[in-house]
Design a protein around this ligand. Structure first.
Ligand code: 13P
Ligand code: SF4
Length: 365
């Protein structure tokens, strides 16, 4: 395997030339996917840049034999399950697609806020009080494959920020109640939008007796939410939003649904990263928009829409450090190793986990 430290010395032009050489040799055997939150130098070389839903769909439909996925671990695990279903492996003549990360340490803190063991323990506690078969367990895609497999085992689903309302609505048409993990912010906003009353929504505090809820609250709940959150989306400030609105009459504030409810309440609308990009690109020239999502994306929107004013609704930039671990040097290193026949940073899901996780992931396709 090549030595990564050799790449640290190379200029951006040299790295880009080496990446281009690998891609020319690989042709359509290789696809490069990137999430909007990774730095520009990597976004600019991807075949497809998208939100979690778009990226999962691209991976599922890709005929490539290798994917370099520039994002965070749960995205790679999702791509691995979707690209390596038994029918897909058979179509590749028995070969697994190789799903490669730029940095295996790039996880998502929210995804780590629930483990499959915690989900099982949650179910055990609920079994004492309610009929669990009345609940559809739904996990946000920002979760481990094991958490997705837990949901798959109990007839559950995976959602993203782009399709959460659809997934929860369909679940409620089949069973009267939902269990939503690990993002209580997305869960609350989605349930309120679908007309569930605040008193029918219970937030379950992890590692506390009965999640700090009363038995009556749990029996009455139509939605029980695991209390996880994205640290990056908790830093928006109501006073900054109000000041932007005061100083810029007619301005709009749009936010990602990982933000707390009091911030969503101040907004003109919410949506996935793709939706937020769409709002900015379709706004009239001269518009003023505050966009509440990860700072690198908002900064890119500001630079790429010079005819509009794009503002960040917080005191300080709020960056996802894990998405920031994607660099050109890592792209060149991972791709050259792969072309040498020594793929590195490969993400693989155990077959029994993948099977149950896929049942829940089908809701994305
Ligand atoms: P989407 O791009 O799917 O809206 O998700 C945002 C996010 O936080 C990904 O980690
Ligand atoms: Fe996780 Fe938040 Fe980073 Fe997305 S922005 S990867 S939810 S920490």
């Amino acid at each position: 395997m090549r030595n990564f430290s050799d790449y640290a010395e190379l200029s951006a032009d040299e790295l880009r030339a080496r990446i281009a050489a690998v891609r020319a040799a690989a042709g359509d055997r290789l696809v490069v996917l990137a999430h909007y939150y990774v730095p520009d130098e990597v976004v600019d070389l991807a075949d497809f840049v998208g939100d979690s839903l778009g990226l999962a769909k691209q991976a599922a439909a890709s005929p490539a034999e290798a994917v370099l996925f520039c994002g965070v671990k749960f995205m790679l695990e999702t791509a691995d399950v979707l690209m390596n279903r038994p029918d897909k492996i058979a179509a590749r003549g028995g070969r697994r697609a190789v799903v490669m990360a730029l940095d295996l340490s790039a996880g998502c803190p929210m995804a780590d806020m629930i483990t499959a063991e915690q989900a099982e323990d949650w179910k055990r506690q609920l079994d004492e009080l309610v009929d669990f078969s009345e609940f559809t367990p739904i996990t946000y895609v920002n979760s481990s494959s094991e958490t997705k497999a837990f949901c798959g085992r109990f007839g559950g689903k995976v959602c993203t920020s782009a399709n959460a309302e659809k997934v929860v609505r369909e679940a409620l048409a089949n069973r009267p109640k939902v269990l939503f993990m690990p993002d209580s912010r997305l869960g609350r906003t989605t349930c309120l939008t679908l007309g569930i009353a605040p008193e029918e929504i219970v937030t379950w505090r992890p590692n506390k007796p009965l999640g700090l809820a009363t038995p009556e609250e749990i029996k009455r709940a139509r939605a029980i939410l695991w209390d996880g959150c994205c640290p990056v989306h908790q830093r928006f400030s109501a006073s900054v939003v109000k000041k932007i609105k005061r100083d810029n009459p007619g301005s709009q504030f749009w936010v990602h649904p990982e933000a707390p409810r009091d911030i969503v309440d101040l907004s003109d609308g919410y949506g996935s990263t793709t939706k937020l990009i769409d709002v900015v690109s379709k706004a009239e020239p001269g518009s003023v928009l505050a966009i509440g999502t990860e700072w690198k994306l908002v900064d890119r929107l500001r630079r790429r829409n010079p005819d509009k004013t794009v503002l960040f609704p917080a005191e300080e930039p709020s960056k996802c450090v894990n998405m920031g671990k994607s660099t050109l040097a890592k792209v060149a290193w991972v791709l050259e190793n792969w072309l040498d026949g020594e793929p590195t940073n490969v993400v693989t899901t155990p077959a029994e986990v993948a099977e149950d996780a896929y049942r829940a992931l089908e809701s994305l396709l």
